[in-house]
Structures are given as structure tokens and as C-alpha cells.
Design a protein around this ligand. Structure first.
Ligand SMILES: Nc1nc2c(ncn2[C@@H]2O[C@H](COP(=O)(O)OP(=O)(O)OP(=O)(O)O)[C@@H](O)[C@H]2O)c(=O)[nH]1
Ligand SMILES: [Mg+2]
Ligand SMILES: [Zn+2]
Length: 299
């Protein structure tokens, strides 16, 4: 359910929360990560004098990683075994870039985790920015991402609750977009700390410092996470990246170079043609391009 350093709060099968530690080395094959156990992981443990000793992490159905602050090639698993991934974005205070949203969507799409975008702080938008937001919603809904515009300051969050019902949802986004504020509105028993955006940088102040899973009801769980700057794209080749852009997935079969086309400057590339004709949004292609040529993604 949560980890604060070397201790883990684990929800046991009979519904109790057990404080657990890891003894010795625990490694999940093939994953280079800074944290061995993430929120959402299923573990098995033994009880010794009232405390749990974790000896095994069960294999993960999926996970979302963020890039480690130090570029060591290591990644930090934000959460594992989720049913849907929800990114909270804001057009102002702070402004979330489309590149950030698209990276998050790709990270989730690579495991076929359904995605939701919550555009928050609607109350702060002027008419022009509201129109810009509506266009974005149209763009993302066209590619199969559910979108909502909300103000987390409002008491009733029925629409958000209906999306969450019965699922384990990861809540992610930059610091200060209102993740914890929203969570507090979803359930009266949740009391996550929130704090104002810094006047100076217009950025959040990293109020939430570790990921934690909360229970809205028996079947509904939501994971609040600390604000992040960038998502990592793990183990992804340049050739497969366009598979995780739903609007490119089918089209790429028509590229002259077939599956080896990375849609950058190849002749008779179906993706480049679609960008030219406007059927693929320029902003989406720009995100794709920066991911495919960026060195940050690959070790
Ligand atoms: N005007 C307005 N302010 C909001 C809204 N949602 C959140 N805020 C404010 O934004 C600030 C940051 O909110 P938090 O909930 O702490 O943000 P967070 O995403 O949890 O940030 P981290 O924990 O640092 O990742 C707080 O001052 C909130 O009151 C909204 O819909 N409208
Ligand atoms: Mg928070
Ligand atoms: Zn191509």
C-alpha cells in the first residue's frame, strides 16, 4: 500500500495492514530500479514477532516508471498492477506540456493500461484557454483517451468517482496540479496534505513525498503519487514506439519500409503523410519525434 524508506505497509489477505521489511536482497529479474518494491506490488511475507518479512515479489502485470533524477539508467517504479492510469494536467499554474502528457500515455499504452486525462483547475481558465482545452479534449478523445475537465475545489466529484469505481487507478502528474486536492474531495477519510503553488516559480512544491494507495471502497483503490517531471520509457525500441500511439498503430503497416520505418525521414512513410494531411495532430507527432530521437529514453 505504501513505502516510506525501508518499511512497507502491506495489506494482508484478511484486511489488516502489516508493517513489513525486506531482509537481504530482493530482485525482480530484468528490472533496474531504485526501489525494489512499488505501491501495487503483490508480495508474500512471513510474520516474525508481529512484523512482516517480505521474501518475494509476485510477478507484475504492468508498471509505470519515472526516470531517476540521477541519469544512471535506473528507473523508479511509481506503481504496479494498475487497472487504469489517470494523469492530472493543468493549462496554467503549472502548465503541463503536451510532451509530458504524451509520454505518460505511451508508458501506459505499452502495457495496454487504459488512460484518462483530468484537466484540472477549470475555474482558473479564461475563455481563450478554455477553448484551447476543449480542442485538446477533442484530440485525445479521438485517439481513445477519456478526458474530463474539472475543478478539484468543487465538493462534488461524481464524474471522477464513476470513472474510478471498481478499479485500481494511478493518479499522476506534475507537482501542484491538484492530485491530492482531488483525492481529498473523493473521500472524507482521506486527508492528504496539499499546498499552494510557489509564487516565484509557479510550480508545485512537492507536497506529496511518497506514493500511497487509498481505498475508496472494497473494490476501488486510488494511488496518490508525488509530482513528477518526466516519465521513463522502459525497454522500448525506436521501431516499436509508434505502436503505442493509437493513431499510428494501424497506419504504420502502410509504410514502405514496413516495421523498420521509424517515421522520421523515410520515403513513402504513411505516418509522415498523415501528419502532412492533418489526420495525425502535429503536437502528437512532435511528441513522438522527441521520444524517438531523444537519447533520454534509452540506456
Ligand atoms: N484554483 C484551483 N486551485 C486548485 C485546484 N486544484 C488544486 N488547487 C490548488 O493547487 C495547489 C496544489 O494542489 P495539491 O493538491 O497539493 O497538488 P499535488 O498535485 O498533490 O502536488 P504534489 O503533491 O506536490 O505532487 C493547492 O493550493 C490547491 O488548493 C483547482 O481546481 N482550482
Ligand atoms: Mg500531492
Ligand atoms: Zn513510417
Amino acid at each position: 500500500m505504501r513505502s516510506t524508506g525501508s518499511w512497507y505497509d502491506v495489506l494482508s489477505e484478511n484486511g489488516n495492514t502489516i508493517q513489513c521489511r525486506v531482509r537481504g536482497k530482493l530482485r525482480l529479474e530484468g528490472i533496474k530500479e531504485t526501489n525494489p518494491i512499488a505501491v501495487g506490488d503483490n508480495v508474500s511475507f512471513d510474520l516474525e514477532n508481529g512484523e512482516g518479512i517480505i521474501h518475494k515479489i509476485l510477478s507484475r502485470e504492468n508498471y509505470i516508471v519515472r526516470q531517476s533524477v540521477k541519469k544512471t539508467g535506473h528507473s523508479h517504479v511509481i506503481a504496479a498492477n494498475i487497472d487504469q492510469a489517470m494523469v492530472v494536467a493543468t493549462l496554467i499554474l503549472p502548465r503541463t506540456s503536451l510532451g509530458f502528457i504524451d509520454r505518460f500515455l505511451v508508458a501506459a499504452e505499452s502495457f495496454r493500461i487504459p488512460q484518462v486525462i483530468i484537466f484540472n483547475k477549470k475555474d482558473l481558465l479564461d475563455q481563450e484557454t478554455l477553448l484551447e482545452q476543449r480542442k485538446l479534449i477533442e484530440l485525445y478523445e479521438r485517439i481513445g483517451v477519456r478526458c474530463w475537465e474539472i475543478s478539484a475545489l468543487e465538493e462534488k466529484q461524481e464524474e471522477v468517482l464513476s470513472i474510478l469505481k471498481g478499479k485500481i487507478t494511478l493518479l499522476a502528474g506534475h507537482s501542484g496540479v491538484g492530485k491530492s486536492t482531488l483525492l481529498n474531495k473523493l473521500s472524507p477519510s482521506i486527508e492528504q496534505k496539499t499546498s499552494a503553488i510557489s509564487d516565484y516559480s509557479e510550480k508545485g512544491t512537492h507536497t506529496t513525498t511518497f506514493a500511497e494507495m487509498f481505498r475508496l471502497d472494497e473494490a476501488t483503490r486510488i494511488i496518490d503519487t508525488p509530482g513528477i517531471k518526466e516519465f521513463g520509457l522502459n525497454d522500448m525500441s525506436k521501431e516499436e514506439l509508434s505502436d503505442y500511439f493509437p493513431e499510428m498503430r494501424e497506419l504504420r503497416l502502410d509504410c514502405k519500409f514496413g516495421s523498420s520505418c521509424i517515421h522520421v525521414n523515410e520515403p513513402r512513410c504513411a505516418i509522415l503523410d498523415a501528419v502532412k494531411s492533418g489526420s495525425i495532430a502535429t503536437s502528437r507527432y512532435e511528441s513522438y519525434f522527441s521520444m524517438v530521437i531523444g537519447e533520454d529514453n534509452r540506456k
